[in-house]
Design a protein around this ligand. Structure first.
Ligand code: GDG
Length: 470
């Protein structure tokens, strides 16, 4: 058992994946994904412990140290993985919270597994947290943990951050267990959301569905007050910039351009392969631009990277097949031998290659149907050299509230999206530069450090006020 920690992050997944080296040795490597990208630097700075599932079912893994902090694995059985993770988290909550862009399924066994696993996470956290420690629970898979943990350890200061949208009342009310989820979150001292609208949705629901008194952003609960506020997440801007300027990234970028046959223009999409990311609409829109001759495949390439994700969930399998079909059809009809208009890779790349991709992209096309924030948009702005690039961004990504100088699109409006992509390509350089400079300023002044300091600073002040010594 590791020493008890004063700072504990709790997330469904640990920030590391187990890999077997060529020599047959087992090691742990930092895993990709929005939550990990955001919290890894916070953890390296604060130290402490990270409680989460290690990625294999029916197996217990002992705690260990990684990059200067403790890793505390939580075990899941194969059926819990199916019911709590693939089921309730990713086939009920994920689509419901993303505006039901896919149909949410409600199954009572899935909910039961969600309760059991949330309790296990709360118990594991209660064991590793030192007296009066700060615990920061992450995301939709663990919304009951704040309440369960408070019951076990009322001495703790408990924060919760939701990385994905919090739905409007009309949608949330479909959930048969809506009140339990609200009460679960209310166990926290501070609940953070990506945008102010999400915090208002939450407070409106608490007013409508519970008996608690709500005053401004606070909900009075007897032993504590739960505050709900917006903390738009960001990235390690200077870290990304340095990586993109490193000789490895520059070399990699040259190699990529060479492999692509030195096109005049590169359009780039990078997403987890997820139906919320608007891939179908984006590929259709860009395919039509090629088909109509507004984009010339001999000079423009659309490079789409889709990182494998939740591959056993039915909706994701279907999406993968749809995208394969769509890309295949467009590529077989347009262009010429040696000039595929769309280069599509269903794979995950090392970070340095991601940075190289951002370097070579003249236009990044980030068009989710709904997204809590979207870090890819911010990473592109941080990594693309100079001020020549352009960002096409969905209005329905949380990032659109901050990145106002992006070329904003409604991803459901295919014609509108086509026109805006063309505008991003054809606008005079002086306009693109002005927009890019403004975006750059935004990501340079709003970093992941500032985000974590803001949230944790507020959590500390709330804790002090609760203890009566503000
Ligand atoms: C959730 C919310 C919110 C992707 N492919 C590779 C790779 N990535 C990295 C990107 C980026 C991250 O994964 C994706 O983050 P996003 O924010 O775009 O999206 P989600 O995964 O859906 O994240 C989202 C986020 O949490 C944080 O709160 O913004 O709204 O849905 O960092 O660079 N990284 C590597 N190889 C890949 O192939 N190394």
């Amino acid at each position: 058992m590791p020493e008890r920690s004063h700072f504990v992050v709790v997330a469904n997944r640990l920030p590391v994946d187990r890999v077997t080296t060529e020599e047959g040795e087992t090691t742990w490597r930092t895993s990709p994904g929005g939550l990990v990208t955001a919290l890894e630097p916070v953890m390296r700075k604060h130290g402490g412990a990270w409680v989460g599932w290690h990625g294999a079912t029916d197996e217990s893994v002992e705690p260990f140290t990684h990059d200067g902090y403790e890793i505390v694995p939580v075990a899941l059985s194969a059926s819990e993985f199916e019911e709590y993770y693939e089921g309730f988290s990713n086939a009920t909550l994920w689509p419901l919270y993303h505006d039901t862009v896919a149909f949410p399924e409600y199954h009572r066994e899935w909910w039961d597994a969600y309760v059991v696993v949330n309790r296990r996470f709360a118990e594991a956290t209660a064991e590793v947290a030192a007296d009066g420690a700060t615990v920061w629970v992450q995301d939709y898979q663990l919304q009951l943990v704040p309440q369960l943990l408070r019951e076990l350890r009322p001495d703790l200061s408990i924060g919760f951050f939701l990385h994905i949208p919090f739905p409007p009342t009309e949608l949330f009310q479909q959930l048969p267990w809506r009140r339990r989820i609200l009460e679960g979150l209310l166990g926290a001292d501070l609940v953070g959301f990506q945008v102010p609208g999400a915090a208002s949705n939450f407070l409106r629901l608490v007013r409508a569905r519970t008996d608690h008194r709500v005053e401004r952003d606070g909900v009075a609960l007897g032993d504590h007050t739960c505050h709900a506020r917006a903390y738009p997440i960001s990235i390690d801007t200077s870290g990304f910039k340095e990586l993109a300027e490193s000789p490895e990234a520059v070399e990699e970028a040259d190699r990529l351009l060479e492999d692509l046959g030195h096109p005049k223009r590169v359009l780039l999409g990078v997403d987890r392969l997820d139906y919320t990311k608007g891939l179908r609409q984006r590929i259709r829109a860009i395919g039509e631009l090629f088909a109509e001759g507004r984009l010339d495949p001999s000079e423009t390439v659309f490079l789409q990277i889709a990182t494998p994700s939740r591959e056993r969930v039915e909706e994701y399998r279907k999406l993968r097949d749809d995208i394969d079909l769509l890309v295949g059809r467009i590529n077989s009809e347009i262009g010429d031998i040696g000039h595929r208009p769309i280069v599509y890779q269903h794979t995950s790349y090392p970070r340095v290659k991601m940075a190289a991709l951002y370097r070579i992209a003249d236009v990044a096309v980030v068009t989710p149907l709904r997204d809590g924030m979207n870090l890819v948009a911010k990473e592109y702005v941080a990594c693309h050299p100079g001020t020549e690039g352009a960002l096409v961004l969905s209005e329905f990504a949380g990032a659109a509230r901050e990145l106002k100088q992006a070329y904003l699109v409604n991803p459901y409006d295919i014609n509108g999206m086509k026109d805006t992509v063309m505008q991003a390509i054809t606008d005079p350089a002086v306009v693109r530069r002005r927009r890019m400079r403004s975006l750059r300023r935004q990501v340079e002044t709003h970093t992941i450090d500032a985000w974590a300091d803001h949230f944790l600073g507020d959590l500390k002040r709330i804790g002090q006020a609760r203890a009566g010594n503000p």
